[in-house]
Design a protein around this ligand. Structure first.
Ligand SMILES: *Cc1c(COP(=O)(O)O)cnc(C)c1O
Length: 241
């Protein structure tokens, strides 16, 4: 309410442009445009920006910081039908802020899975939706499970009463050339195809969360079902402080 009413006018235009890019990329890949869901990454953006996107029909939003997500859930509690996605690094001591409130795209090990399971049981939350983050680029400083460790992790996550794994997620090495991401997207899709052959309770690798502002076309061509787009919708982010 306190924000200037016109300051997020560009958000509806950004959304339109991104929707058009998604539709074009899907058609070019012989896929239905509605097979790709757009997650508007709203980290560091004020609630008013999310309201503007919501008014323009957007419902899925992505956040990277547990505290920021919790604050926005309170601030935007009046908006109907919001679906939240947690796409940042989730520390175990922040898990309770996210469990039951967002689909977690960044599950990367049994320690976090144990914590999610425990929190869900304690809070009476029937299921926690997750995706497994895979470190496709093999970057030492990046989180995510190594591709070679993925089968073991899936075995360890199967059959947990409150945990659902719905697919895989990746953040390829930062690049300005979208074609640089393509081999990583392709590798994630291959892993999904291979690992889907072994049925595991509570695990369905249907979703591929991949593609951001610069490389969403390549991701869609390689099979993305969830694209995570911030800058192309909301504009440049200001540094956090
Ligand atoms: C910030 C972020 C995005 C969005 O990036 P843009 O380049 O602004 O589209 C997507 N995924 C993750 C994991 C992010 O942290």
């Amino acid at each position: 309410m306190a924000s200037p009413p016109d300051s997020f006018e560009h958000v509806a235009r950004g959304l339109d442009a991104v929707r058009e890019r998604i539709a074009r990329a899907a058609r070019a890949a012989g896929r239905a445009p509605d097979a790709v869901r757009l997650i508007a990454v709203s980290k560091t953006m004020p609630g008013a920006a999310i309201r503007a996107a919501h008014a323009a029909g957007q419902r899925d939003f992505g956040e990277n910081y547990a505290q920021e997500l919790a604050g926005k859930l309170t601030e935007l509690g009046d908006l109907p039908d919001l679906a939240w996605h947690f796409i940042g690094n989730l520390q175990r001591n922040k898990a309770k802020l996210v469990v039951g409130r967002a689909c977690i795209h960044t599950l990367d090990g049994t320690a976090l899975a144990d914590e999610l399971e425990r929190r869900a049981a304690a809070a009476g939350i029937a299921r926690v939706d997750t995706l497994i983050e895979v470190n496709v680029g093999g970057e030492a400083q990046k989180s995510g499970v190594a591709p070679a460790d993925l089968p073991t992790l899936l075995d360890a996550l199967a059959g947990r009463p409150h945990l659902r794994v719905g697919g895989l997620m990746c953040i390829p090495p930062a690049a300005t050339d979208p074609e640089a991401s393509r081999p990583h997207f392709r590798a994630l899709a291959r892993l999904r195809d291979e690992l889907s052959r072994t049925p595991r309770a509570g695990i369905d690798l249907g979703h591929l969360s991949m593609g951001m502002s610069v490389d969403l076309e390549a991701a869609i061509a390689e099979g993305a079902t969830l694209v995570r787009v911030g800058t192309a919708i909301f504009g440049e982010r200001r540094p956090r402080h």
